[in-house]
Design a binder for this molecule. Structure first.
Ligand code: SF4
Ligand code: SF4
Length: 77
């Protein structure tokens, strides 16, 4: 399956479920999971399409490493 870019990746076990990214996303493509991660928090999940790569969620997130925005495919040289 080809990934749609840009896209957002959320590191399940870095997320503390504060929902700041969800509130900051102008495209409303983020939501909170029903299950809990190993820290005991519900975590942010991406709908899988609709991200514009605006970085708002990245800058809203207080947890370093929890959010990665992917804008380009890695190209093998
Ligand atoms: S980069 Fe922008 S559009 Fe994409 S998930 Fe984050 S806030 Fe939403
Ligand atoms: S802002 Fe960061 S810590 Fe908070 S819910 Fe989103 S990814 Fe998780």
């Amino acid at each position: 399956m080809e990934n749609k870019l840009p896209a957002v990746e959320i590191s399940l076990n870095e997320c503390k479920g504060c929902a700041l990214c969800i509130e900051s996303c102008p495209q409303t493509v983020l939501s909170l999971s029903a299950p809990f991660n190993k820290l005991g928090y519900q975590y942010a999940i991406y709908a899988g399409s609709g991200c514009t790569g605006c970085d708002a969620c990245y800058y809203a997130c207080p947890e370093p490493g929890a959010i990665t925005i992917i804008k380009q495919k890695k190209v093998k040289m």
